[in-house]
Design a protein around this ligand. Structure first.
Ligand code: ADP
Length: 541
């Protein structure tokens, strides 16, 4: 027997119209290239979004044409976030920090018809414009930067494009229609495309609004430091609109002092970004009023326990760790502590916050034996590949023959992460499969070693990589960045680790570097370190 409920599409126009109707007075603040902040009401944003959709019609963009953005986090980017999908098109957020040949690859692979470009980013994309095969229009959004327009191309100006246009009506009948797409940052090989549907985005938005997840609400002032091209700004751009929360968009103002100023001056309640962002921002917040801040969601790579604890000590607020991937929309698990954990001591709580947490409602996670593929027990010890399933987890890659190896026979996503799950259901990522140090048939978690090294007060950043070893196949090498003005020796690092990790985990060597290289989305780039230290001679131990 079927139920009696109405079958209405779970689609983005509902989220958009909710903000338009209920929250026109709420505000989107945007950092500009001039250093100033622009303020715009949701009412104004909504009217402009409807005009932008009409402009897409008038430009002749196909009914499901890909609309690319090469933009910072701004109010205008948020207009595109809704105008493209609510008019049936597919928003394609381009990662501004990808290698140039990867940008060319994804624009051509997605068959983008139009690209919207922030003026301050014209210099980055300018040399690539001739390599795009399907792009028919280039639209420049003036963000106050004086960047020259590259020669040899025609550009439309965003404000001219939308001004005076009629407002479009939005209707999406099929919730499984594509809404947006995003390519993984491609640490190995070319990036792979993931296509989100209206339904998956709608459900993911609702999940982000759950109290035990991120819990966005109308009273929030949300600062997504995580870029809108990095896995949908973790769903915050949609969740803020759905909640009617004020938004603070950093635009090109991405330096730690600028972010700290926004947190303090705009009375931000929720600020989200990758760990490297929060490492830089913490000293800038010292002695300032951060009392409005209620949560700092953070993910993309493991949140060091020491970082979360430093926030707890300085701001009274530990970091809220979340785990996810471009492939999972991305939010899949969150490490909020449960009531059963209330009586634990602070150190045990900090340990749990350094894990990746519990699957959010709607997502299923499991660990599977790497060889047999069998599901492993949730005992906190059995390590295996983390696999994910759920309505906002991708079932495929867009037009990609590499897809089959990424999914199990029963349709779960193979994440490429190695993890354990504890009896209470907390996922703890041991490592990425390709980063784990394979020493004599046993695995050493680079994440755990880094966590321990970074808890040393004189260490600013640390990354551990496996380097070739004649007997053990690989041994760990610690690459350490020392806090400015401090001193540290190889022996001091090793002594510090002694007793904190198993003896055979102790790195064979420690090198001191100026900075850990970062990927396009601010993660430690171990690939770069592995190349740099490929011939590193390990001392006899
Ligand atoms: P890319 O694969 O190009 O790095 P994603 O941002 O989609 O792009 O990366 C997803 C991966 O990031 C996960 O598979 C995992 O390895 C890592 N990751 C994300 N969040 C966390 C976290 N909280 N702790 C540890 N690793 C994380």
């Amino acid at each position: 027997m079927l139920g009696t409920m109405q079958d209405r599409p779970l689609a983005l126009p509902h989220i958009f119209e909710r903000a338009e109707k209920f929250f026109p007075h709420k505000e989107i603040v945007t950092g500009t290239a001039t250093g100033e902040r622009r303020r715009r009401s949701y009412g104004d944003w909504a009217a402009r979004t409807r005009q932008l959709a009409t402009a897409l019609d008038d430009l002749g963009i196909s009914p499901d044409g890909r609309v690319a953005t090469f933009c910072w986090n701004t109010d205008n980017h948020l207009e595109l976030y809704f105008a493209a999908p609510c008019s049936g098109r597919v928003l394609h957020t381009l990662n501004i920090r990808l290698f140039p040949e990867q940008v060319t690859y994804i624009v051509n692979h997605a068959e983008d018809e139009v690209i919207f470009i922030d003026r301050s980013l014209l210099g980055l994309i300018g040399p690539l414009l001739g390599t795009f095969e399907t792009v028919r229009h280039l639209v420049v959004i003036d963000d106050g930067a004086p960047t020259e327009f590259p020669d040899g191309h025609d550009f439309l100006e965003y404000e001219d494009l939308i001004s005076g246009r009629e407002p479009a009506e939005f209707a999406i009948e099929d919730e499984n229609r594509a809404a947006s797409m995003c390519y993984t940052s491609g640490t190995t090989g070319n990036p792979k495309g993931v296509v989100y549907t209206h339904r998956s985005t709608y459900l993911h938005t609702m999940a982000a609004m759950l109290a035990d997840t991120i819990g966005t609400c109308e009273r929030d002032v949300i600062l997504p430091v995580v870029p809108m091209f990095h896995a949908n700004a973790w769903g915050l751009a949609h969740a803020a609109v759905a909640s009617g929360a004020d938004l603070v968009m950093p635009g090109p103002q991405m330096t730690p002092p600028a972010i700290a100023d926004m947190i303090v001056e705009e009375k931000v309640t929720l600020a989200a970004g990758v760990p490297t962002i929060w490492m830089g921002v913490l000293p800038e917040l010292k002695g300032r009023d951060t009392s409005a801040l209620r949560t700092i969601p953070c993910g993309g790579s493991a949140v060091p326990k020491s970082l979360s604890e430093a926030y707890r000590e300085q701001l009274g607020l530990p970091i809220l760790q979340a785990w996810g991937m471009t492939e999972t929309s991305p939010v899949a698990s969150v490490a909020g502590l449960t009531s059963a954990m209330d009586d634990l001591d602070e150190d045990a709580k900090a340990d749990l916050r350094a894990a990746q947490g519990m699957a959010v409602m709607g997502v299923e996670l499991r660990v599977a034996d790497q060889v047999t593929g069998e599901s492993l027990p949730w005992d906190g010890e059995s390590q295996g590949e983390l696999q994910a399933a759920g309505p906002w987890v991708t079932a495929d890659y867009y037009n990609d023959d590499r897809a089959p190896q990424s999914f199990t026979d029963d349709g779960w996503l193979r994440t490429g992460d190695v993890a354990v799950i504890t009896p209470e259901g907390f996922v703890r990522i041991v490592d990425r499969t390709k980063d784990v140090v394979k020493s004599g048939g046993e695995w050493i978690s680079s994440v755990e070693l880094e966590n321990e090294i970074m808890s040393h007060p004189a260490v600013a950043e640390a990354a551990v990589i496996g380097v070739p070893h004649p007997k053990w196949s690989e041994r760990p090498l610690a690459c350490v960045v020392v806090v400015e003005g401090e001193q540290l020796t190889r022996e001091e690092v090793l002594d510090y680790l002694d007793g904190r990790v198993a003896k055979w985990w102790l790195p064979d060597d420690v090198v001191f570097i100026d900075e850990v290289p970062k990927t396009s989305v601010g993660k430690f780039s171990k690939k770069d370190l592995r190349e740099r230290f490929a011939d590193h001679e390990l001392p006899e131990t």
